[in-house]
Design a protein around this ligand. Structure first.
Ligand code: ZN
Length: 140
């Protein structure tokens, strides 16, 4: 699975976005270690916070189908520059791999790829929580 194909799948997923409020459809395609690809699109709601972004939609699909290790995710939106994931999605992506490649693209063909950890420097992760737990138990 090359980058170009993953971007194409994200573009296709974007066509299925449900974005009647923002009119800003986004598509994502998440490549699992198994080789399987899980697509996602934004799914909005009249109660705005109930909506979900394309990236998290793809992650939820994958995890619910048993996949937890990911190599890359492509994100496509109609932005001036490559479409960047929002802060909440960055947090969700680092949960499943600081090294996951995040391929940001737009409809004009601009592409930028960075590791998830580069998109969220100093990320709070599960490792931080285990350290906190160790710390509290060592203090007795
Ligand atoms: Zn997001």
């Amino acid at each position: 699975m090359d980058r170009t194909r993953l971007i194409e799948l994200a573009r296709d997923a974007r066509e299925r976005a449900y974005a009647p409020y923002s009119h800003f459809p986004v598509g994502a395609a998440l490549l699992g270690r198994s080789g399987r690809v899980y697509t996602g699109c934004n799914v909005e709601n009249a109660s705005y916070p109930a909506g979900i972004c394309a990236e998290r939609c793809a992650v939820a699909k994958a995890v619910s189908e048993g996949e937890r290790e990911f190599l890359a995710i492509a994100v496509v939106g109609d932005t001036d520059g490559p479409c960047a994931p929002c802060g909440i999605c960055r947090q969700v992506l680092v949960e499943f791999g600081l090294g996951m490649l995040v391929i940001m693209a737009n409809l004009k063909g601009d592409v930028r790829a960075l590791a998830a950890c580069e998109l969220l420097p100093g990320a709070f992760t599960g490792a931080d929580m285990s350290r906190a737990h160790e710390g509290s138990s060592s203090r007795g």
